[in-house]
Design a protein around this ligand. Structure first.
Ligand code: F6R
Length: 263
């Protein structure tokens, strides 16, 4: 895994947006895997700026989001469909018909999950999957002990994740759904490239476990150690507990020019 330490979340978000923009420019019909939550907001803002000011074109891009709450209709303000519209899709020229998010209102949940996997396959697979990480190491909503081979399915959120996400529901824990449909760890691992972002001190333990700990379902993000092309962009606070952080800085500072992230 390549670890990129940046001074602030803003600087990390700009790096992440550049990585995504480079892919979109080199493969205009690429398939992006997207995430919700606080972490990718700066990346979506920077991609929006690039769309407005630098002609970054999303018209041929297809997107698949990681997850959706079960029981929230798309028009519910806290649904991930609404989140993506509000924070990204409405600001760029992505074709709404090419944006995919699991249907949290599906009557046949297993059928919806199988359909989602099939849609990813039919689109040619995910070129780049953007990820945040939960304070317990979850990716998507694959909570600790999730099968590292899992595919899209229903999951029950842990109490900790529900409490972490209550802030999006006005702090009212009772409003946070108990279930979600999430891409599996295996679905995420099938992406050709993975870009995980982590900002803030409350992510430091999860990041350290994922990057330097053993590969274990107790920290699902640790499976990214087995991915051939995985980058992890962290700010100083999230990097604070990494034993080898000076080494990661040294490697990043001494990359050959052709490997540098620019643009
Ligand atoms: C979001 C998702 C989650 C979040 C994680 C971190 O689609 O799948 O894994 O990335 O819960 O959330 P934030 O960024 O809000 O700290």
């Amino acid at each position: 895994m390549e670890i990129i330490i940046q001074p602030t979340p803003e600087a990390g978000s700009i790096i992440a947006a550049r990585i995504i923009a480079k892919l979109v420019r080199s493969k205009p019909d690429c398939v992006l895997g997207l995430a919700t939550g606080s972490t990718p907001l700066g990346t979506y803002r920077e991609l929006t700026r690039m769309h407005r000011e630098d002609e970054l074109d999303f018209s041929r891009v297809t997107t698949f989001n990681l997850d959706e709450y079960v029981g929230l209709p798309p028009e519910h303000p806290q649904s991930y469909r609404a989140f993506m519209a509000e924070n990204f899709f409405r600001h760029v020229n992505v074709d709404a018909r090419h944006t995919h998010i699991p249907d949290g209102m599906a009557r046949d949940v297993p059928g919806e999950c199988a359909h989602y996997e099939e849609a990813i396959r039919a689109a040619g697979g995910i070129d780049l999957q953007l990820l945040g990480i939960g304070s317990d190491g979850h990716i998507g909503f694959n909570e600790p002990t999730s099968s590292l081979a899992s595919r899209t399915r229903i999951k029950t959120l842990t109490e900790r994740t529900r409490a972490d996400n209550a802030r999006f529901f006005g702090g009212d824990l009772a409003q946070v759904p108990f279930h979600c449909i999430t891409m599996g760890v295996g679905t995420i691992m099938a992406a050709r490239e993975v870009l995980m972002l982590a900002f803030g001190a409350n992510k430091a333990d999860a990041v350290t476990g994922a990057v330097e700990g053993p590969i274990t379902a107790m920290n699902p993000a640790s499976v990214l150690q087995m991915h051939a092309v995985a980058k992890c962009v962290v700010d100083e606070a999230a990097a604070a507990k990494l034993a080898r952080r000076e080494y990661y800085r040294w490697v990043y500072a001494n990359k050959p020019d052709w490997q540098r992230i620019t643009g």
